[in-house]
Design a protein around this ligand. Structure first.
Ligand code: ADP
Length: 592
């Protein structure tokens, strides 16, 4: 059962951007300064055409060299001050966008860590990684260049317009004629690109997932000589990505070209009308040059407007994708009890049923009592539901019907953290991190001393093996280090569970990759440890569970037999058959 739900997006269109409000609030001072610097940069820069006008008019009037030089110095001064503000503007807005990106990424990862396993079963790793890289980068563009150029555009547009009207309102009217067309063009193409961008980003997620699976599964691919086929598959995905990227580029390219054409059209009109005005003496040549400089300054905001819209639209699409994950919230915990982590734990399954999908039954009506300090062996065919049963105890999934009781109280009345802290679980699939063996063992208790690491390694029969490595327990595992054998991995995982000194110990088929003699040694070592703990051992070898206080046989999600080793043998049912078959197999191996 999934224990998370999709929170409804409260906002409408702007809704996706709501996620950014807390971050923007946090950096409001820097953003305010950024906006002030942006306004200054633009307003100051807009004085240069006025100086240019003066210089040209002075030249026409054949003014003295000193007067013209003075204007040139003012012109240079304005350029310098505007440059300084431009630097300050970039330093504030771009730095803020980087900081928000950093905080957002951390929050995104924190949120991912809080989501239940069922979420990760439904979402591919590569997709989730793409959201934290490619999509987040689109969001950052909104915060940095997006905000900066929007302010830029607005300020330049308003101020340039003010100066242009000052020169000639008629000329300004003609200059603005193409602008409505420009807006229509921009808006309509942006709508088209919204869909294209979503498709592009989804495809990037697919590529990321495939690349990640390819690299993780590189050994299998090589062993089955599937390199060519995998390359071909990847090639197809990349080509699709290229096509989707092209679709976005073609539309935004068309938008830029259209804007440039309409701008050129505007200029033609201005030259025609303005030229006439200069000839008739309505405006001076200097004013006409200044007017054209303002118009050129307006063109950039217009083009930037298209570009900024593109940034906003891509950021909006990406944020929408990220929000789907962020709005997926784990169900609220209904905590009423405190779990005593120092005393042994009683476990009871009461009419428990469970399925991964709503109408599926993987476990049916499980009733089971496990007094504190006792051990339970779980056997059954592959796929009968053994792992599902122990996963319910770790609350990796929540029960469908019925309840699991810890010390007589519903497991859901304790915090997830409390439950997981008292459980030491050795999962069926061992995952070791690219870190030293010692750190892998003390993963759950990072501050644990080395003597404890050695002690648990000895208990899980790992120490002798590791002592043979030159760096011993400091040997690095994984991509940049060595690879342990299947049995060594399992024993490392057992040590990792034991070092936590859990009150409940779960071994999920954790001895399958070790030989029977080592298994015997481990079980002997565990016997003492298990005395004060409640232990659940899932196994496919009878020898692993035969000394357990109680053994259950699971068949098709139901408990079919229950008792001690002797009781179950006397019953002459499935357990007895398992036992006979295994004895026969052992005899066959011995006579070979
Ligand atoms: P066992 O441990 O006895 O081999 P499992 O508990 O792993 O059995 O599986 C029981 C059933 O649940 C199987 O049919 C399996 O395909 C299904 N199953 C196991 N894990 C998942 C999962 N994460 N999502 C959907 N179905 C699953």
């Amino acid at each position: 059962m999934q224990n998370f739900s999709l929170q409804k997006n409260k906002g409408k269109k702007i809704g996706e951007f709501n996620t950014l409000i807390p971050y923007l609030r946090k950096h409001k001072i820097a953003l305010l300064f950024g906006s002030i610097f942006t306004i200054f940069t633009n307003v100051i820069a807009l004085y240069s055409p006025l100086i240019l006008k003066q210089i040209i008019d002075f030249l026409q009037e054949k003014a003295s060299k000193e007067v013209i030089l003075e204007q040139v110095w003012i012109f240079l001064g304005i350029a310098f001050i505007s440059g300084v503000f431009k630097f300050a503007m970039r330093q504030t807005t771009v730095v803020v966008s980087r900081k928000i990106e950093f905080e957002f990424l951390n929050d995104y990862l924190k949120h991912l860590q809080s989501l239940p396993i069922s979420f990760f079963n439904k979402n591919r790793t590569g997709d989730l990684m793409a959201l934290g890289t490619n999509d987040l980068s689109s969001v950052r563009n909104v915060l940095g260049p997006g905000i900066m150029y929007t302010t830029n555009t607005l300020v330049t547009f308003c101020t340039a317009l003010y100066f242009m009207i000052g020169i000639s309102s008629t000329l300004t009217f003609f200059a603005l004629l193409p602008f409505p067309l420009m807006s229509i063009l921009t808006w309509s193409l942006i709508r088209v690109n919204h869909k294209n961008t979503a498709l592009k980003q989804e495809q990037f997620g697919r590529i990321n997932s495939t690349a990640q699976e390819n690299l993780s599964g590189i050994r299998v691919i090589k062993a089955y000589v599937q390199e060519a086929l995998e390359i071909q598959k990847f090639d197809k995905l990349s080509f699709d990505y290229l096509k989707k990227n092209m679709a976005v580029t073609i539309v935004s390219g068309g938008m830029h070209a259209g804007l440039a054409f309409l701008t050129a059209l505007g200029f033609c009109g201005i030259l025609w009308v303005g030229g006439k005005m200069v000839i008739t003496g309505e405006i001076t040549l200097g004013s006409f040059v200044a007017f054209n400089t303002y118009l050129t300054m307006l063109v950039w905001p217009m083009i930037a407007f298209g570009w900024v819209m593109n940034i906003f639209q891509q950021g909006y699409t990406s944020l929408g994708r990220i929000n789907k994950v962020l709005h997926t919230i784990p169900d609220e915990e209904n905590v009423t009890e405190k779990l005593d982590k120092n005393s042994p734990i009683d476990i009871e399954f009461k009419n428990v049923s469970f399925g991964y999908e709503p109408n599926e039954t993987v476990l049916q009506n499980i009733n089971l009592k496990l007094p504190a300090g006792t051990s339970l062996g779980i056997v059954g065919k592959i796929g009968s539901g053994k792992t599902s049963l122990v996963n319910l105890l770790s609350r990796l999934y929540e029960v469908g019907e019925g309840e699991i009781l810890l010390n007589g109280k519903n497991i859901q009345s304790y915090t997830l953290k409390d439950v997981r802290e008292i459980i030491g679980c050795v999962l069926q699939e061992t995952f070791l991190f690219s870190d030293s063996i010692a750190n892998n063992i003390r993963f759950g208790v990072p501050d644990e001393q080395m003597d404890k690491v050695l002690e648990t390694a000895e208990l899980s029969q790992l120490k002798e093996n590791i002592d043979e490595f030159p760096m011993k327990f400091e040997t690095i595992l994984g991509e940049r280090g060595i690879t342990l054998s299947g049995g060594q991995k399992q024993r490392t995982a057992i040590a990792r569970a034991l070092i936590k000194q859990p009150k409940v110990l779960i071994l999920d088929d954790s001895l399958s990759a070790v030989d029977t003699q080592t298994e015997d040694e481990i079980l002997k070592g565990l016997k003492k440890v298990m005395e004060s703990r409640t232990t659940l051992i899932v196994a496919h070898r009878i020898s692993t569970v035969q000394n357990c206080d109680k053994i259950i046989v699971i068949e098709e999600g139901k408990i079919s037999e229950e008792g001690t080793h002797e009781e179950l043998l006397n019953l002459g049912g499935t357990y007895f058959e398992f036992h006979e078959r295994q004895l026969l197999q052992e005899e066959l191996v011995e006579t070979e």
